[in-house]
Ligand binder design. Structure first.
Ligand code: MSP
Length: 465
């Protein structure tokens, strides 16, 4: 039984990782670990997207060669994901040899199948380097890119074109009939609405950009970075016999690329299509867009130093519903940490461990399962609801401690109560394991055999610290 989550996108190396990237990656890791725990051979692919004008410019600003610059930033991403205990099957880089070859073979196939025009067309358009995409005049905001609030550059060059328009009806049918499941529902409707308005052919090459993968059929041109980057999923999945992808988990800004352009490219080479594409929302920090200029960029290490690795993974996904936009503030994250981890789970385990230790309690062996509700919610990417459900089990266990007052009991009565409490704790730890792999492991070990007290799992934070 295998599952391929070629999911979390690969990240641009024009800058170091921040909490936005962390959010997608942690979510994808929770999903992967959940399926692994259910006995599947689940694989998660992540990595870095290293070609294109954006990276070439960033490298120049640092007085470095693009590859040299990319090596450094890719290492930062890898380090962050290792720190966060992301269980990826491969960290792919679009500058890896196998990707360069696969991307060129793929592009050649598109060309041979007539999906790319035989000759380039002269194209004039407005290009935003930060998005690495063309904008239509009418979609600009006072002449600026609406996402980056920067003026786009006028491009006039010969570009090769992919005949995307040809796939409109087929894609509409595939998406509306859930053959490619696009979620959440509102986003699926947005995509279908956009398809209804029409679909234009897209330029897939750059004539004046060296930092890219040369088109095999005309090496004077390099591949448009997005087209080549999407192929990364194929570079890893196809030779490893895990094709097609079960899921692409992406931010809403890149859903169009994953639910329309990528499936069309696969249709054009007669390949199997991804089964599902799910988009999460965007978040702001204290009500403001996160940006370097505002100086409010939060890095993974800022979170880890406060909440620990597992705490970070949990507070990020608990803060608001995954498919929606939301806001992060340290007050909010502190509150989640203190109430559910320090006071909730941390307290419960400490309390029950002490009772067990004092009475020399021996825990029975137990087979754990996912709670059906948690299973259902994780299948729908409702991370915060799954966590809320687990916190309710924590509360119930706390209540049972108060009701049964085990410190007043002894003998068989005490044994029965501790059996019940330990069994609840083991359930909780098992259900939390995809979110908190290390802490859950510690709890599962602590509550097996002769239970001993141990130092606090989640030291309490002083609010506002
Ligand atoms: N390199 C492309 C993806 C290529 S996939 C073949 C790219 N990279 S990115 O680094 O700009 O963004 C990667 C992911 O991070 C996207 O899914 C994006 O939605 C997510 N986020 C970046 N900033 C974010 C927020 N402020 N909030 C939530 N997610 C955000 O796009």
């Amino acid at each position: 039984m295998s599952k391929y989550f070629a999911t979390t996108p690969i990240y641009y190396v024009n800058d170091v990782p921040h909490i936005g990237h962390t959010y997608t990656t942690v979510a994808a890791d929770v999903i992967t670990r959940f399926w692994k725990q259910k006995g599947y051979d689940a694989r998660l692919l992540t990595g870095t997207d290293e070609h294109g004008a954006k990276i070439a410019e960033a490298a120049k600003a640092h007085d470095e060669e693009p590859k040299e610059y990319a090596d450094k930033i890719a290492a930062e991403y890898k380090k962050s994901w290792d720190l966060l205990n992301i269980d990826y099957a491969r960290f792919i880089r679009t500058t890896d040899e196998d990707h360069l070859k696969t991307a060129q073979d793929f592009l050649q196939k598109l060309y041979d199948n007539g999906a790319i025009d035989a000759k380039p067309r002269l194209y004039e358009g407005l290009y935003c380097v930060s998005c690495e995409k063309f904008w239509k005049e009418e979609d600009l905001k006072e002449g600026l890119c609406p996402d980056h609030l920067k003026p786009p550059i006028k491009h006039s060059e010969e570009n090769y074109y992919f005949n995307l328009s040809k796939y409109r009806d087929q894609l509409t049918e595939l998406i509306s009939e859930n053959k490619i499941k696009v979620g959440p529902h509102t986003r699926k409707n947005e995509i279908l609405g956009k398809l209804k308005q029409g679909l234009e052919d897209i330029s897939i090459s750059r004539a004046n950009l060296e930092w890219g993968i040369p088109l095999p059929f005309d090496p004077k041109h390099t591949s448009y970075v997005w087209i080549e980057a999407l192929i990364n999923y194929y570079t890893y999945g196809k030779p490893n016999g895990i094709w097609p992808a079960d899921l692409h988990l992406v931010g809403k800004d890149i859903l169009w690329f994953h639910s329309v352009i990528w499936p069309a490219m696969l249709l054009a080479i007669n390949e199997e299509l991804p089964k599902e594409v799910f988009a999460h929302g965007f978040f702001s920090i204290n009500g403001q867009k996160m940006s370097k200029t505002l100086g409010n960029v939060i890095k993974p290490a800022d979170l880890i130093s406060k909440y620990g690795v597992d705490g970070t993974r949990v507070v990020l996904l608990a803060a608001f519903p995954f498919g929606e936009d939301g806001d992060f503030s340290f007050e909010n994250l502190d509150q989640i940490y203190n109430s559910h981890l320090a006071n909730g789970l941390g307290n419960l385990t400490a309390r029950v461990a002490k009772l067990c230790e004092n009475s020399g309690f021996e825990a029975k062996e137990k087979v754990n399962h996912f709670d059906p509700e948690v299973e259902k919610l994780l299948g729908e990417f409702k991370f915060n609801e799954a966590l809320n459900w687990i916190w309710k089990i924590v509360q119930r266990a706390d209540q049972r401690v108060n009701e049964t007052a085990p410190w007043k009991l002894e003998g068989i009565e005490l044994q029965e109560v501790l059996d019940e409490l330990v069994s609840l704790i083991l359930d909780i730890a098992f259900n939390l394991q995809p979110f908190m792999p290390e802490t859950s492991e510690k709890i599962l070990k602590q509550f097996s055999g002769s239970v001993k007290s141990r130092p606090s799992l989640f030291p309490r934070l002083n609010s506002g610290s």
